[in-house]
Design a protein around this ligand. Structure first.
Ligand SMILES: [Zn+2]
Length: 243
């Protein structure tokens, strides 16, 4: 995935070597295939097939896959390569949001007090970006999902609390996949909730930031569950965005 600014959205410590490497390139390729569902949940990932597709050796692909395994996006099959992680169950989804509801409102309150001017400026950019991506195309949604992830990461970093930031960061990659699978509508509702969060952070108002984040996550869970159930029922085209 492309990140606009690595200083604002740092890679996990120790996960990747600095600078562009073949492993990093392979990682980005495989990650975007997972996010775009070109590799379906539960599908086998052949190392040899990827090596031929990318026209590179197997070594960087193996390293990229082992990084993705640490992040829970793929799992190793003994003697048989890797498999994409299955889609989240309802229980896993509820558990994930329960944790987010515990952590992210508090992180938003801290961020309202502690965010740097640079981070606040990045928030304003996200606000502008989100205002432009409210049409219902897949690309618009992908851009929205990226801006959404950036917002939640900025809140995590802005909390200036490393355990909190690391916990939030660890949760989000999975959710990306979930969103990409189910999102078919313009994410206007989520964008409005994000606007409230950003406004509270820019105003450096901790309690407003806390409650805006809490409301957003509660509504996001409802939307995501609705989308998940619609998908399980074999419907399509009617699911709201998670955000
Ligand atoms: Zn969001």
């Amino acid at each position: 995935m492309n990140t606009p600014d690595d200083t604002l959205w740092p890679r996990k410590t120790g996960r990747r070597p600095p600078g562009p490497t073949m492993v990093e390139w392979a990682y980005d390729q495989i990650l975007s295939m997972l996010m775009a569902m070109q590799i379906a949940p539960g599908a086998r990932i052949g190392i040899d097939a990827l090596a031929r597709r990318f026209d590179i050796s197997q070594t960087p692909i193996r390293e990229a896959l082992s990084q993705l395994e640490v992040e829970g996006l793929v799992s190793k099959i003994p003697n048989a390569g890797y498999r994409a992680s299955p889609q989240m169950t309802r229980k896993e989804l509820d558990d994930l949001y329960a944790l987010r509801l515990l952590i992210e409102p508090g992180a938003a309150a801290l961020a309202a007090e502690r965010m740097t001017e640079e981070q606040l400026a990045a928030l304003s950019e996200i606000q502008d970006e989100m205002g432009q991506v409210q049409t219902g195309t897949g690309i618009a949604y992908a851009r929205f999902a990226e801006a959404d992830a950036m917002l939640h990461h900025l809140v995590a970093l802005g909390s200036d609390n490393r355990p909190i930031a690391e916990t939030i960061e660890r949760l989000h990659t999975h959710l990306h996949i979930f969103r990409f699978l189910y999102a078919t509508n313009a994410p206007q509702e989520a964008a409005e909730e994000h606007s409230r969060i950003i406004a509270a952070l820019l105003a450096r108002d901790p309690e407003a930031a806390r409650s805006a984040m809490y409301d957003h996550l509660e509504r996001s869970l409802v939307r995501t569950v609705r989308a998940s159930e619609a998908n399980e029922a074999g419907q399509d085209g009617d699911a709201a965005a998670g955000g």
